[in-house]
Design a protein around this ligand. Structure first.
Ligand SMILES: Nc1ncnc2c1ncn2[C@@H]1O[C@H](COP(=O)(O)OP(=O)(O)O)[C@@H](O)[C@H]1O
Ligand SMILES: [Mg+2]
Length: 456
């Protein structure tokens, strides 16, 4: 982490727009957009890609490289060459004349950040040139991050979590969030938020040529200032011929406009699922500790490894009712060859309170008022994560760590731990029979010393 930060600090800041363009009208239009957006970027124009790359090799570090490949015989090769020379964090925008999904996808795979068909609209140029989407949380090329939610089985809380996370990011963190339900027939995102999904998403996916910034704006349903939803409720009789390329284009368009694009992805391994995974920064899999849940978690892990090697995979222990968790946790973890990253706590009260008025789960949660906002602050969450890291190094859970730490404090001689479920009693009991070492205690003290208020 430290070395990454140092490396980025040493890099010169990217400034300016370098354009490989020959059409004076296009140059004028870009200059107009730069003025209109009041960007302080200088526009440098050159005739050939070779010349642009020569400038970059000799130290020029533009923020955006605009590449008109309308007359190029080998656009894919030129994009690859530009990406290789210019580095991963340059925004590489290609202009061309062909409106074709296959070409668009090939250009993106070769390293383009975006593709605009000429004559590009002012809005499209403004969207690629403005700096706002490169805000915190975006990928290095300035596009929003895709977070995918999948359940290893049905009914494990994947949709509830997708809705809750999107809603929290939009309202608590004030990030611009798109929430997309790709279960076009049986999805429940719109239902959970009490929205009429309309027909926009199906139209977009069946006619990708219609996907543009304006169309998406009209098709999305506004939940609040920062949260927009794209969902469908296609009838069971409606056959939908969804092209994976259309999903790819849709995600790309959304990533231009939103810092976070959360996707509720139905389980499966179709081309659509593959395309979504390929665009993901995070994939959150909800794992049910049943035999079928184990089998499907393993399958989903393989799918993510193959289709989304770039993504951070989160395995969340879930299963809403708890009664379906028939495989022990350690046995399950042995089966999947990895520790579960977190647990989705079973909270039927909030779950049943929230969906009725069409609220996301955090709205109905006991954590919403009173102690919630005070407890779940960014600082406290960071501290909890740091403690979880310490617990992981000891091979024990956070609860076991907490109980043993308390026992190590003088003059504590015994710890009375509350529990509402048999599972919690077991978790508390498993803290006996081991002790934190001096080194563990020192690590915990170090984390606690970062707390805004003294602890203990
Ligand atoms: N953490 C939770 N605790 C209790 N019930 C939950 C929880 N998460 C979801 N539920 C409930 O479980 C049911 C299935 O949830 P849902 O999110 O639709 O699952 P999935 O998308 O995995 O099929 C819903 O009735 C929901 O209200
Ligand atoms: Mg669901």
């Amino acid at each position: 982490m430290k070395s990454l930060r140092t490396a980025s600090a040493l890099k010169p800041a990217r400034e300016g727009i370098l354009a490989v363009l020959r059409e004076p009208s296009m140059i004028d239009r870009i200059q107009g957009v730069i003025r209109e957006l009041q960007l302080d970027d200088e526009l440098s124009v050159t005739d050939t890609l070779d010349d642009a790359l020569r400038r970059i090799r000799s130290g020029s570090t533009p923020r955006v490289l605009l590449l008109d490949l309308g007359e190029s015989a080998a656009p894919i090769a030129e994009v690859s060459a530009a990406r290789a020379v210019a580095g991963a964090d340059l925004k590489l925008v290609v202009l061309g004349t062909v409106n074709d999904v296959a070409l668009f996808r090939d250009l993106l795979s070769a390293g383009a950040s975006d593709y605009l068909v000429k004559p590009s609209t002012r809005e499209a140029l403004a969207a690629v040139l403005e700096r706002t989407s490169a805000a915190a949380g975006a990928t290095p090329d300035g596009l929003g991050r895709v977070i995918v939610f999948i359940g290893s089985r049905g009914g494990v809380g994947a949709t509830t979590s997708a809705v809750s996370c999107a809603w929290l990011m939009a309202t608590e963190r004030r990030e611009r969030v798109a929430l997309v339900d790709l279960d076009l027939h049986f999805g429940t995102v719109a239902l959970k938020l009490d929205l009429d999904p309309g027909s926009g998403l199906c139209e977009a996916l069946e006619q990708p040529s219609r996907i543009d910034s304006l169309f998406i704006e009209r098709a999305m349903i506004k939940v609040n200032d920062n949260l927009r939803v794209l969902a469908a409720e296609a009838s069971a009789a409606q056959h939908l011929a969804v092209d994976a390329g259309a999903v790819d284009m849709l995600l790309h368009e959304l990533r231009r406009k939103f810092v976070r694009v959360t996707v509720d992805l139905p389980r499966g391994a179709s081309p659509m699922q593959r395309v979504v995974l390929a665009a993901a920064s995070h994939v959150v899999v909800f794992c049910e500790r049943s035999l079928a849940g184990l089998r499907d978690t393993i399958r989903l892990q393989t799918l993510v490894r193959e289709q989304a090697p770039q993504a951070r995979l989160w395995l969340i222990e879930a299963g809403a009712s708890g009664e379906r968790a028939l495989i022990g946790k350690s046995e399950f973890e042995k089966g999947i060859g990895k520790s579960l990253d977190a647990n989705l706590s079973y909270d039927p009260k909030s779950a049943s309170a929230a969906p009725n008025p069409g609220q996301p789960l955090p709205e109905g949660s006991r954590a919403k008022d009173g102690i919630g906002p005070k407890m779940f602050t960014e600082e406290n969450i960071a501290l909890a994560e740091a403690l979880e890291d310490v617990a992981r190094t000891t091979g024990h859970t956070l609860v076991e760590l907490a109980i043993d730490w308390l026992l190590a404090q003088s003059p504590v001689v015994s710890v009375i731990a509350g529990a509402k479920t048999a599972q919690q009693v077991k978790a508390n009991a498993s803290s006996s029979g081991w002790h934190l070492t001096q080194n563990d205690l020192a690590q915990i003290e170090e984390v606690l010393s970062r707390a805004p208020h003294p602890i203990a």
